[in-house]
Design a protein around this ligand. Sequence first.
Ligand SMILES: Nc1ncnc2c1ncn2[C@@H]1O[C@H](COP(=O)(O)OP(=O)(O)O)[C@@H](O)[C@H]1O
Ligand SMILES: [Mg+2]
Length: 234
Amino acid sequence: MLTVSDLDLFYGDAQALDGVTLEVAAGGTTAIVGANGAGKTSLIRSIAGILKPARGSIRFKGRDIAGLPSHVVCDLGIGQVAEGRQIFPTLSVRENLEMGAVIPRARAAAKQTFDRALDLFPRLRERLDQAAGTLSGGEQQMLAIGRCLMGKPELIMFDEPSLGLSPALVQELFRIIRRLAEDGMTIILVEQNVAASLRLADRAYVLENGRVVLSGSGEALLADPAVKQAYLGL
Ligand SMILES: Nc1ncnc2c1ncn2[C@@H]1O[C@H](COP(=O)(O)OP(=O)(O)O)[C@@H](O)[C@H]1O
Ligand SMILES: [Mg+2]
């Protein structure tokens, strides 16, 4: 569904991605693992059209999307749940969800996706008219996911979705990601919770200093001695 080839990205003179190549299969979950500063967010933001790569291609369903503006990428079916959630705190829960459906591909079905998002997150239904900024951290993360779903994505990229959540909410979050995957959503998952993300992943890539240094099935990477030592604390 998505093929990234030889992607280079710079911030000024500093290179953040160096020849990154990876493949994301339709309907699968792909984990991206790496230390702070490895380039995970830069990769996601490049795919999302927020950052412009210097070189390389990003093909989504056969079309090169590298350098396209983010609203166009979104409208092609790539959604993201950004690091730090980025909901609109002064808008209500309902308004935040509705914002997710402003792209053309999502407008016609907005009523159905709204109901579906609330079925997935019943707590949001109880808080529809509350300002989003008054929600708990966990509820804000659910809202961010709900808003992303309102855009009718085929591929969702999650950037550190469990950051700052309690262990119980992290469990809940992983349950939801698993359920989306079971429903056929294609998922890219960046998680500090490396073991949990590798368990969910059909395929995983390890990034170091902007380069892919290792890839394989989630299971294979879970068993890999270098991964165990560097990311699993074993
Ligand atoms: N806006 C920015 N300006 C300059 N450098 C940046 C910026 N954002 C990230 N970087 C640098 O790019 C590299 C990759 O960062 P990032 O993609 O955020 O990594 P990760 O998400 O894996 O922690 C790091 O060296 C980081 O300092
Ligand atoms: Mg990051």
